[in-house]
Design a protein around this ligand. Structure first.
Ligand SMILES: NC(=O)c1ccc[n+]([C@@H]2O[C@H](COP(=O)([O-])OP(=O)(O)OC[C@H]3O[C@@H](n4cnc5c(N)ncnc54)[C@H](OP(=O)(O)O)[C@@H]3O)[C@@H](O)[C@H]2O)c1
Length: 262
């Protein structure tokens, strides 16, 4: 897909992958609609993109609320007149065992990662139909293989993969492409912003290798340009296919060290 001249609606653009995807798309001549709740962060990114000669519009919206996305879309259309790309990137993590997770936390997780994606998708389909546009859903390597203590989050991302597969076929007759990318763990600060279960604040994932956020963003843009239907997932995807029991043994070690800290 040609980025130059296109208009991309990027959710979760106030930090991490979303902000970096917006920077890259704007650098390639795309116009970007920056959507998240933190308007200050979006406005400073829009100013940065503007000072580099790009075009960006900052709009505060909560993806959990459809009305909020409808207003964001109206503002985007008033400025740019069309939408070619939807990057469904806004997301939230949860760190902690299922046993002690409150259903209020699960509700927040599901509303952000699932309702948010469906809200944005439903709101933008009419515009993407007109432009024969592209949706890219940002899932996770954990969609292919859940890790302990990230179980609930992994569950939401497994559903993002399933939604992407079905939606791809539902929207193909309308000329809309649906893509899904599963990033590895990255240094965006996502882990620090994740919800934490009771007593989990002080614990970390310990020793997990982190990709750079800007490298992941470059991969997301490559996925959009190439129209790659399902990609990423790397180590967890391959290992879970060929050696799932070996992964069980590896992750059992994580749980042993968790248990010894109890
Ligand atoms: N970093 C990783 O290790 C990793 C690995 C695999 C997949 N992912 C996925 O990649 C995506 C981006 O994550 P990231 O690493 O870039 O983390 P991040 O920096 O924490 O970005 C998350 C973004 O989502 C936005 N957001 C959260 N709740 C929202 C809401 N209710 N309404 C609107 N925007 C909301 C946040 O903005 P506001 O708070 O301003 O609303 C922020 O811009 C997520 O879907 C995540 O699950 C991350």
């Amino acid at each position: 897909m040609e980025i130059k001249g296109s208009v991309a609606f990027v959710t979760g653009a106030s930090s991490g992958f979303g902000a970096d995807v917006a920077r890259i798309l704007a650098g390639m001549g795309g116009r970007v609609v920056l959507v998240a709740r933190n308007l200050g962060a979006l406005e400073s990114l829009a100013a940065e993109i503007g000072s580099g000669g790009g075009e960006a519009l900052a709009i505060s919206a909560d993806v959990r609320e459809r009305a909020s996305l409808d207003s964001a879309l109206a503002a985007a259309l008033a400025r740019f007149g069309r939408i070619d790309i939807l990057v469904n990137n806004a997301g939230l993590g949860y760190f902690g065992p299922i046993e002690t997770m409150s259903m209020a936390d699960f509700d927040t997780l599901a509303r952000t990662n699932l309702y948010g994606l469906i809200n944005a998708t439903q709101a933008l389909i009419p515009e993407l139909r007109k432009s024969r546009g592209t949706i890219v859903n940002i899932s996770s390597g954990l969609a292919w293989r859940a890790l302990p203590l990230l179980t609930a989050y992994a569950g939401t991302k497994a559903m993002v993969n399933a939604i992407s597969d079905g939606l791809r076929l539902e929207l193909a007759p309308q000329g809309i492409k649906v893509l899904c990318y599963c990033p590895p763990a990255a240094d965006s600060g996502f882990g620090e912003r994740s919800l934490k279960g009771p007593g989990m604040e002080a614990r970390g994932m310990g020793g997990m290798r982190m990709a750079r956020s800007e490298d992941i963003a470059a991969r997301i843009v490559a996925v959009i340009r190439a129209g790659r239907r399902q990609s990423g997932g790397g180590f967890l995807r391959v290992m879970n296919f060929f050696a799932p029991r070996l992964l069980d043994r590896m992750f059992a070690g994580m749980m042993r060290s968790f248990g010894s800290q109890r």
